[in-house]
Design a protein around this ligand. Structure first.
Ligand code: E4P
Length: 215
């Protein structure tokens, strides 16, 4: 499973990219708004940091508008992936964009049937939102399992991005459930790298090292 970072903050992206573990970035309008900077400028800066798929989302709710925005965003860098909301107009846009060779990431996926429709329209990626399903009392991870099974049975090559990740357990379970990618917030990367036993172990090694005779 590949790991993407889910943020529009370039400092966070730089820090985690330096670990050598991320292969792409996802943004959304809320994450962009948090940065208080020009959308295209931020996206361009991200493409200079990470050499992999960078998702940038359209705002229009009509296929024509989505395609126009997609064409503009695609000019920023060849790695740009157009994030399209999972609505009927979005499906029309995905079809057109895939004919033009533009990659798409279908966002706000909350059911296996939505994922199937997105894949049929030609989506490169689908993003089921695990955490937001958990928030309303569902088991978000079941959706990843269902989509992974359907895509596997039918040889569908659209990749599953496990999104709306809230904690490290979501990452592990996404990998076990068959997601191709997990898009992970900065905070969760920082949690994933830590373990109290690692810290204790280092402390003990360093303490014992003090007793090694030095020449
Ligand atoms: C996915 O691409 C979205 O940007 C993201 O995972 C949404 O997560 P949230 O539910 O924490 O906003």
């Amino acid at each position: 499973m590949k790991l993407f970072i889910d943020t529009a903050n370039v400092d966070e992206i730089r820090e985690i990219n330096d670990w050598g573990v991320i292969e792409g970035v996802t943004t959304n309008p809320s994450l962009i708004a948090k940065e208080g900077r020009d959308f295209k400028e931020v996206v361009k800066e991200i493409t200079d940091i990470v050499d992999g798929p960078i998702s940038a989302e359209v705002i229009s709710l009509e296929a024509k508008g989505m395609i126009e925005e997609a064409l503009e965003l695609s000019k920023i860098h060849p790695n740009i992936v157009i994030k399209i909301p999972m609505i009927a107009e979005g499906l029309k846009a995905i079809k057109e964009l895939s004919k033009k060779g533009i990659k798409t990431n279908v966002t706000l996926v909350f059911s296996a049937n939505q994922a199937l429709l997105a894949a049929k329209a030609g989506a490169t990626y689908v993003s089921p939102f695990v955490g937001r399903l958990d928030d309303i009392g569902h088991e978000g991870m079941n959706l990843i399992r269902e989509i992974a099974e359907i895509f596997d049975i039918h040889g569908i090559d659209t990749e599953i991005i496990s999104a709306s990740i809230r904690h490290p357990e979501h990452v592990k379970l996404s990998a076990l459930a068959g997601a191709h990618i997990a898009t992970i917030p900065y905070k969760v990367f920082k949690q994933m790298v830590k373990h109290p036993m690692t810290d204790l172990g280092i402390e003990r090694f360093l303490k014992d090292w003090e007793g090694v005779p030095k020449k």
